[in-house]
Design a protein around this ligand. Structure first.
Ligand code: NAD
Length: 319
């Protein structure tokens, strides 16, 4: 029986990946510290409760920090693979706590990989981010771009984690180790501080939403159902060696157009106020998804309009 260690499994993306793994019959052990950053612990406890309610004893949850190797040794023992999604997310707050970002995202990833190696695990999938491309990468961004000019401590920590995995893979050539660069993920249970869910709540409540800059900033929004299929496709593709893939929609949209589309999905006219672009926000993200399509047979399926409706419904049902 396949047993997968899923770090960050009670977070936004982790919840959906856990459901998909459990739904296809895998056993799952979640490792998560339920930390209150960047959003309340209660939401993670709810995700955990909902998973346990649906899947019972096919799922175990271990409340621990990924850097606590002593506590996690027995958890990794006997597992067939690791999907490592735990991390501190968020570009803007990373300027206020860069040490924590480096510790959790870089040291934590190194620790997870070491634990996997010590347990004889030969499959590791790790969450990275489109933020590694910064502003200097020509768009659409290719995985082969150097990605050496991060615009935030968060971006630097995600690139650092990739480089640690790449270097460690030199001594562990038998391990299939994959970094997945997620492009702005949205959907039900999205982190509440992220644009689409935050905006949807405000539009429904009749409150103003803040648009950074003139609205021309572009993002490659990717629905969590597509990301989940991509994570499983990468996990199942167990060719040895280290590689990275973009998981994005490949169809960026401006912030201004997003707000119009979201207003339509919610059924209410957004009231927009403007503010300067915060430090760390890049001008545009745009994934080249040819590599994931070629090697993982993965392509995104959820169109933005349909995806926004899933958020509008979630927000209405969960005020
Ligand atoms: N959501 C996105 O748009 C996006 C985009 C690019 C990359 N990512 C990456 O994907 C992963 C999941 O993101 P998410 O949006 O689901 O975020 P999330 O915050 O909802 O999930 C991350 C989970 O990791 C856990 N965690 C944090 N620090 C930990 C620690 N020290 N030990 C154990 N668990 C810890 C948190 O409690 C949380 O449940 C992260 O690595 C993030 O950097 C997300």
């Amino acid at each position: 029986m396949a047993r997968v260690v899923l770090t960050g499994g009670v977070g936004f993306i982790g919840f959906h990946v856990a459901r998909a793994l459990l739904g296809r019959g895998d056993d799952v052990v979640i490792v998560d510290d339920f930390s209150a950053a960047p959003y309340p612990t209660a939401m993670k406890e709810r995700n955990d409760r909902d998973l346990h309610h649906e899947f019972g004893n096919k799922l175990h949850t271990v409340r621990a920090c990924i850097t606590d190797a002593a506590a996690l040794k027995s958890v990794f023992s006997g597992a067939s693979g690791v999907i490592h999604l735990a991390g501190i997310a968020g570009v803007r707050p990373s300027f206020d706590d860069p040490t924590r970002y480096a510790r959790v995202n870089v040291e934590g990833t190194a620790s997870v990989f070491e634990l996997a190696l010590a347990a004889g695990i030969t499959r590791v999938v790790s969450a990275s981010s489109s933020s590694v491309y910064g502003n200097a990468t020509p768009l659409p961004a290719l995985e082969s771009a150097p990605a050496i000019s991060p615009e935030s401590p968060y971006a630097a920590s995600k690139r650092g984690a990739e480089l640690v995995l790449s270097a460690l893979s030199l001594k562990a050539k038998h391990v299939a180790c994959t970094g997945l660069r997620f492009f702005t993920v949205y959907g039900p249970r999205q982190r509440p501080e992220m644009a689409i869910t935050l905006f949807a709540r405000k539009i429904i409540a009749g409150e103003p939403i803040t648009m950074f800059g003139d609205g021309s900033m572009k993002r490659d929004f990717t629905h969590v159902d597509d990301i989940t299929r991509g994570v499983l496709a990468a996990y199942d593709h167990d060719a040895p060696g280290f590689r990275v893939y973009n998981l994005g929609s490949g169809a960026p949209i401006t912030l201004a157009d997003l707000i119009v589309a979201l207003g339509r999905a919610v059924g209410r006219e957004p009231n927009v106020v403007r503010a300067p672009v915060p430090l760390g926000d890049v001008d545009a993200t745009f994934a080249d998804i040819a590599k994931a399509s070629r090697e993982l047979s993965w392509t995104p399926r959820v169109k933005l309009e349909a995806g926004l409706t899933t958020v509008a419904e979630w927000v209405r049902e969960n005020p």
